[in-house]
Ligand binder design. Structure first.
Ligand SMILES: *Cc1c(COP(=O)(O)O)cnc(C)c1O
Length: 368
C-alpha cells in the first residue's frame, strides 16, 4: 500500500467543479489583483476566525513581516520566539533587521515554553511571536500575561492553526495581530502562495492595508514604506471555496488523530501528541516521538508511507543565524524534538485501510 504524507489530489477531486467555476469567473472578469473577490474572501475569513479585520496577503511569511512592520518593530529591537518552527517565523524578524531571541519549547506540546519567556526579556524586547505549532495553540494565557506585564506586542504565528481554539478563543484573535498561511499543505491551502493578517484594532488594520500596497494612500502618495503584499483574486476564490469545507476537513483530521491515538495506546515506545485541555487542535500535523527515529523513518519510507521530520534543524543551529551567537545545547528540548519526532499522514481523505497500515507499520518499526 502507498500512503503519501499529503494527498491534495484526493481533496481536489471532491471540489473540482466548484473551484473551476470560481476560477472561470475571475478569468471572465479579468480582475486579478485585490478587488471584490479578495474582499469577499477577507470578510468570510473574518467571520470564520471571529475577528474584526482580516487582510489577504501574499504569504504567511509576508504576513509576519507586515505584522512586525505595522507594530513599528525597528532594527535591533528584540523579538522573542521559538527555535522549533518553520524558518519564516524567525526569518521575518531578521528580514526587518530585528533580532530573533529564542526560548526553548515545552517538550509535551512542542510550543514555546511560556515559563522561560521572562528570563529572555531585556530592555530591547518589543514583541513575542508564539507559534501554534502543528495546529495546537501555544499557552496563550501565560504568554498574554507576560506581554501585558512587560508591555510587549504579541504576534500569533497561526500559519498552521486556522480554526484552532484555545479555551474558547480562536487562533489569530488573541494577540495584537494574527498571521495565517495558505501554503498548499496547510489545512486551508490555496493554488499557490497566499496568507492573511488579522487584528481587532482599526488603526492597525488601516496600517496593514496600506503596507500591503506600498504604503500608498491615497493613490501615489506614500506616508510609509510598504511592499507588494497583495493577495491574488484567483487565490481568494479558490480559498473561498475551500473555506466552506474547512471545518469538515478539521474534523476528519481529528478523527484520524483519534484513530492513531487509539492504535498506539498500548505501545509505550510511541509518544502521541499531547493535547492541552479545553483546546481544539486542527492537526495540521500529527507528530509522534519515537526511539531510534532515523531507523523508524527509513522503515516507514521503505513501506511506502510518507513521513516527514518537522523540523530537523532547530533555528538557533541554522547557518544564517550564526551571528546570533547560539550554540548546540542552548535549547535542549528543541534539539531533542528535532532528533526524536516524526510526522505521520493525517490528511482528511485517508482511508481506514491506510490508517491501519500506517499504524501497524509504525508499531512494528518501533518494536523491531
Ligand atoms: C507555513 C508557515 C509559515 C510561512 O507561510 P508561507 O505561506 O509558506 O510563507 C510561517 N510560519 C509557520 C509556523 C508555518 O508553518
Amino acid at each position: 500500500m502507498n500512503v503519501p504524507l499529503l494527498d491534495l489530489k484526493a481533496q481536489y477531486a471532491t471540489i473540482k467543479g466548484e473551484v473551476m467555476a470560481a476560477v472561470n469567473e475571475v478569468f471572465d472578469s479579468q480582475y486579478f489583483i485585490l478587488g471584490p473577490k479578495v474582499g469577499e474572501f477577507e470578510c468570510a475569513c473574518a467571520v470564520y476566525i471571529g475577528v474584526l479585520y482580516a487582510v489577504g496577503v501574499t504569504s504567511g511569511s509576508d504576513a509576519l513581516i507586515m505584522a512586525l512592520m505595522a507594530l513599528g518593530i525597528k532594527p535591533k529591537d528584540e523579538v522573542i520566539t521559538t527555535p522549533y518552527t518553520f524558518f519564516a517565523t524567525a526569518g521575518a524578524i531578521a528580514r526587518i533587521g530585528a533580532v530573533p531571541v529564542f526560548v526553548d519549547i515545552d517538550p509535551k506540546t512542542y510550543n514555546i515554553d511560556a515559563s522561560r519567556i521572562e528570563k529572555a526579556i531585556t530592555k530591547k524586547t518589543k514583541a513575542i511571536i508564539p507559534v501554534h505549532l502543528y495546529g495546537q495553540c501555544a499557552d496563550m494565557d501565560a504568554i498574554l500575561a507576560i506581554a501585558r506585564k512587560h508591555k510587549l506586542h504579541v504576534i500569533e504565528d497561526a500559519a498552521q492553526a486556522i480554526g484552532a481554539k484555545y479555551k474558547g478563543r480562536q487562533a489569530g484573535t488573541m494577540g495584537d495581530i494574527g498571521c495565517f498561511s495558505f501554503f498548499p499543505s496547510k489545512n486551508l491551502g490555496g493554488a499557490g502562495d497566499g496568507g492573511l493578517v488579522t487584528c481587532t484594532s482599526k488603526e492597525l488594520f488601516d496600517t496593514l492595508v496600506k503596507l500591503r500596497n506600498h504604503g500608498m494612500h491615497p493613490k501615489y502618495y506614500h506616508a510609509i514604506v510598504g511592499g507588494n503584499f497583495r493577495l491574488d483574486a484567483l487565490q481568494a476564490v479558490v480559498l473561498n471555496v475551500k473555506l466552506k469545507h474547512l471545518d469538515s476537513w478539521h474534523e476528519a483530521r481529528r478523527a484520524n488523530a483519534a484513530f492513531y491515538n487509539n492504535a498506539f495506546k498500548s505501545t509505550t515506545e510511541i509518544t502521541t501528541p499531547f493535547m492541552i485541555s479545553d483546546c481544539y487542535s486542527i492537526y495540521n500535523q500529527y507528530v509522534v516521538r519515537v526511539p531510534n527515529r532515523d531507523k523508524v523513518l527509513e522503515k516507514m519510507k521503505a513501506a511506502n508511507i510518507g513521513v516527514e521530520v518537522y523540523y530537523p534543524v532547530s533555528l538557533h543551529m541554522q547557518e544564517c543565524f550564526k551571528y546570533l551567537g547560539y550554540h548546540e545545547g542552548d535549547f535542549p528540548e528543541s534539539e531533542r524534538a528535532a532528533r526524536e519526532t516524526l510526522a505521520l499522514p493525517i490528511y482528511p481523505e485517508l482511508t481506514v485501510e491506510q490508517k491501519r497500515y500506517v499504524a501497524d507499520t509504525l508499531i512494528a518499526a518501533v518494536k523491531g
